[in-house]
Ligand binder design. Sequence first.
Ligand code: SF4
Length: 82
Amino acid sequence: MADQVKQIGKYRVEVIRDKCISAASCVAIAPKVFDLDEESLAIILSQDGNDDDTKLLAAQSCPTMAIIVTNIETGEQVWPVK
Ligand code: SF4
């Protein structure tokens, strides 16, 4: 179909490194999006490595709420809920 578009996730994740305590639950849940660097702090490997639901679950698993999830279509912050 001519109007077929590639499905791209709408959630963008961001790590507040000052809040990261290296718990690595984000990496366990979404290993293609998150990794730990040499300081054992979370980094983003790829926004498209895992799907939106998995990215949100990973963010919700963070004990310090160091991961912010934004819906890039609406500009809304999805997590943490304000
Ligand atoms: S779950 Fe949170 S505290 Fe743990 S590594 Fe990921 S960002 Fe850091």
